[in-house]
Design a binder for this molecule. Sequence first.
Ligand SMILES: NC(=O)c1ccc[n+]([C@@H]2O[C@H](COP(=O)([O-])OP(=O)(O)OC[C@H]3O[C@@H](n4cnc5c(N)ncnc54)[C@H](O)[C@@H]3O)[C@@H](O)[C@H]2O)c1
Length: 413
Amino acid sequence: MTNKLGIGFIGSGFVAKFHLQAWRGVRDADVLGIYSPNQQHAEATAAIARELRVGKARAFGSIEEMIAAPEIDCLWLCGPNHQRIENMQAIVNAVKSGKGKLIGIACEKPLARNVGEARRMVELVEESGLLHGYLEDQIFAPGLTRGREIMWSRAAKLTGRPYLARAAEEHSGPHSPWFWRGDLQGGGVLNDMMCHSIEVGRFMLTQPGSPRSSIRPVKVSAQIASLKWSRPEYVASLSKQMGSEVDYKKRPSEDFARATVNYVDEDNNPLIVEVTTSWSYVGAGLRLSLEVLGPEYSLAMNSLDNGLKLFMSREVKGDAGEDLVEKQNAEQGLMPILGNEAAEYGYESQNRYFVQCFLDGKQPEESFYDGLEVCELLMTAYMSAEQERTIQFKPDGLESYVPLVAQGLWKAR
Ligand SMILES: NC(=O)c1ccc[n+]([C@@H]2O[C@H](COP(=O)([O-])OP(=O)(O)OC[C@H]3O[C@@H](n4cnc5c(N)ncnc54)[C@H](O)[C@@H]3O)[C@@H](O)[C@H]2O)c1
């Protein structure tokens, strides 16, 4: 058995670069390959990996070629949502034809655009025989995992389990056009970002060491809206930034979503996960927030309230950038700075965990099965929002359900 893994990335976009930053804190694997349909992008991202000294990465012209390379042991699947099944099919075909020596695959959130596709992802990974991980970085965020550990071992142990988790992820809108298109992305902000908050809420309410099944979702109620981006002035500015295919007058996606997921624990006690998410939040940058309530305690976190702040007067007239915080909205005033963003959001511990599992030949606890369950909850939330009622989980028709937003049929106003 090898003692250091070689990792190949499928995709060379925003998230791949975040992973490379995080890789500086991962010791048991090097990034050795990058595939992107655009060879120049793959070359550029491979150069970043080499500059960061996270591996002697080279660009590959196809997924098959990368899998066949003897130095590649595992894949990090970081392509856009609408290419998931195609990417996964290419991986399975290559593995089944005897190419390479893959051990495992880790797939970015969301696992797929809808339940039908998520189930197909599960079937494909089972067919491949590979170990599999679902990349939900936030449940690996060091502050959050430490807080969970202490909350459960001290407060919950003496006074009872936590019963309410509130989680939110908000920013001013995604960076690439495909995120804004319901057909390509699978929905709007609900599909894109609520996947994080749903999983964070479930994670905080699950006792460390207990299985996922120790708490069980029973019903979902949700609401979606377009608060900002279908306003005429923002329809025009969005098309200007993202291209004419992003037309929020004709085919809007929601930029706000909230959901309540009711769970029960093993003794049938009620538990609640409340989540809210938006692409219509203009603050310093991306804001992750979390609260957990228990009988004699509460826990709270806000990623923008991290202690380190830089004040810049009106005389500081620099270029727009994202060097202070992801999805940064300003370069003046009192601004938060995150010391090691990729680590604080959880990418570093996440990648370290999956690498160790793959190295030890162990199936990771956070897997494609979890990605499927998250997708089932998200699609039930869309159903609830469309029907304006609470829906018992799991509803009939979930397997073939595609939200109106993803069909281009949703009416914003
Ligand atoms: N964990 C997180 O917080 C987080 C953050 C951002 C994105 N993501 C997820 O990561 C994935 C990629 O998002 P992104 O922000 O990097 O998007 P992006 O638009 O910045 O980059 C997408 C990349 O996909 C690649 N690509 C294009 N067509 C492809 C194909 N046919 N096969 C394989 N790769 C192809 C290209 O290299 C492109 O650069 C998405 O599924 C997204 O939901 C997760």
